[in-house]
Design a binder for this molecule. Structure first.
Ligand code: DX5
Ligand code: ZN
Length: 217
């Protein structure tokens, strides 16, 4: 398991302190970029991750929930190990998004809403590094995991075959479901509410590792 920390529900008055306080327990920092069109919510654009980029050693996992990923991806200051993910349902054709992200020298991810057929990914599987399976409707943190996501993860695993693509899962993940999500074929667990809505976020992150059968001390 790799754990990606979604800061959407964190106290963003001091984002650097929030991330540094959990940095030894996570593998990525997940940024939910929302434009108010692709999803009915507005968050932040490149300003926040760009301001943090040089101060944090962990790779960034940037999740674009925007209509125009090809237009906005070039505004993100990324490193080679970072991932920029955008949605197949966006207005820009996936080819244009893939090209825009590739030009930045980082990894390319594609995501899809819970009801979007997985077959829409098929034409792009040889061009991407990462698939982000949404296990809630994108837009808000703290929603409940959709159980049908398990079968989608397993099906995607079969579609991917031996291609070097990582499967990340996003939405409603917590100690009660990480083990089955990993068993279905996911490698990267995105977690926000399970960590930031807990009284003790460090303890909550440790619980995720424990639930995955990979206890940390
Ligand atoms: C939802 C976002 C998620 C969310 C994580 O649109 O993409 O990253 O913050 O979900 P929770 O908060 O359920 O872990
Ligand atoms: Zn996300």
């Amino acid at each position: 398991m790799k754990l990606s920390l979604s800061i959407l529900n964190a106290d963003l008055a001091c984002p650097l302190a929030v991330i540094q306080g959990l940095a030894d327990l996570v593998d990525y920092v997940h940024f939910d970029v929302m434009d108010g069109h692709f999803v009915p919510n507005l968050t932040f654009g490149p300003l926040l991750p760009n301001a943090l980029r040089e101060k944090i050693a962990l790779p960034f996992d940037i999740h674009l929930m925007v209509d125009r990923p090809a237009l906005y991806a070039p505004r993100f200051a990324v490193r080679p190990g970072d991932v920029i993910t955008f949605h197949v349902e966006a207005l820009d054709p996936p080819d244009a998004g893939i090209e825009a992200v590739r030009k930045l020298g980082c990894r390319v991810g594609l995501s899809l809403r819970p009801r979007t057929p997985l077959s829409l990914l098929a034409p792009y599987l040889d061009q991407i590094d990462w698939v982000l399976v949404m296990s809630v409707e994108p837009g808000f943190g703290g929603q409940s995991f959709l159980p049908e996501s398990l079968e989608r993860i397993a099906q995607l695993r079969r579609m991917i075959g031996d291609r070097p693509i990582q499967i990340a899962v996003d939405g409603g993940l917590g100690p009660e479901n990480v083990a089955e999500v990993l068993r279905a074929g996911a490698e990267v667990i995105v977690a926000g509410a399970a960590i930031f809505r807990a009284k003790n976020p460090r303890e909550a992150a440790l619980n995720l590792w424990k639930a995955a059968g990979l206890p940390r001390t």
